[in-house]
Design a protein around this ligand. Structure first.
Ligand code: CP
Length: 304
């Protein structure tokens, strides 16, 4: 059970820097266009309690590129709708012969619960506001394609940081490598000062301050309904925080723009920025496949 738990990927917070580097190195050796049968005959179950396009599709392509059989279970249309619990669903999938379970769930800690009860590696594909470890790994992979090293880098993370599992995993990962991180957004969408002071991460509500001289701009998804709920006017958010060509010019000339997706043009960023050569948003999606191939190979113990 302990060996299996070690092969799960539940969070970035609990990974050591050398484990992260080993996964990134393995990801660089993975090529979906040259499939390797490392998972031949293995069954990978994709258990999604929340919508997903990128994570779900790239885990599926990654698993199939390694020769695995995949099965998708979504809350809608499965016995989850009839009230079956997470653990009973997990036991059922194990009985069917799952060799690995990739789970997305609205509750923080759901993948940990599953992993602590099943002798199957569990991969967290996003749990509530907690973590999205595979996204952080593919983002790190993307950053290193352009910046070669984390040493001396500055990353500005802009948008709804408070509710973002993507931000939480990215902050854990980048701070393990000494990256200078600046969080930026309206105060209602920023984490509390005590948390950020404890981690040494800087916080500002001024976009220009966050972007000036930065190497990487990581934009986050902003939900219109959440802005409305917090009484933040959409027009104010756009006026103060939308990434535009003029604001992008404040960053280093070779700065890259990232976004985990789904993007909303005209809200988090302008169409010009989304389509600019500095935007690496689609490349992040592409890099999700080799990164998730590496995660799956590690999960089934074929990470050589
Ligand atoms: N980045 C991300 O998690 O996207 P999906 O919700 O489409 O999987």
């Amino acid at each position: 059970m302990i060996q299996v738990a070690r092969r799960s990927l539940l969070s970035i917070e609990h990974l050591q820097a050398p484990e992260i580097l080993a996964l990134l190195k393995l990801a660089r050796r993975m090529n979906p266009l040259k499939p390797r049968p490392l998972l031949r005959g293995k069954r990978v179950i994709l258990l999604f309690y929340e919508p997903s396009t990128r994570t779900r599709a790239s885990f599926e392509v990654a698993a199939k590129s390694l020769g695995a059989i995949t099965t998708l279970i979504q809350a809608s249309g499965s016995s989850i709708e009839k009230g079956e619990s997470l653990l009973d669903t997990g036991y059922t999938l194990r009985a069917i012969g799952a060799d690995a379970i990739v789970i997305r769930h609205p509750c923080a800690g759901a993948p940990h619960l599953l992993a602590s009860h099943l002798d199957v590696p569990v991969i967290n594909a996003g749990d509530g506001m907690h973590e999205h470890p595979s996204q952080a790994l593919l983002d790190a992979y993307t950053i290193l394609r352009y910046k070669k090293t984390f040493k001396g880098l500055q990353v500005a993370i802009i948008g709804d940081i408070y509710h973002s599992r993507v931000a939480r995993s990215a902050i854990h990962l980048l701070s393990k490598f000494g990256v200078k991180i600046i969080l930026c957004g309206p105060p209602e969408l920023l984490p509390d000062v005590a948390t950020t002071l404890a981690t040494g991460v800087r916080v500002t509500r001024h976009l220009e301050e966050a972007v000036r001289g930065t190497d990487v701009i990581m934009l986050l998804r902003v939900q219109k309904e959440r802005l409305a709920g917090l009484k933040i006017k959409l027009s104010d958010y756009i006026a103060r925080y939308q990434m535009t060509p003029a604001r992008l010019k404040l960053a280093k000339r070779d700065a890259i723009v990232m976004h985990p997706g789904p993007i909303i043009r005209g809200l988090e960023l302008s169409g010009d920025v989304a389509d600019s050569p500095q935007s690496k948003i689609l490349e992040e999606v592409q890099n999700g496949v080799p990164t998730r191939m590496a995660i799956l190979a590690r999960a089934v113990g074929k990470a050589r």
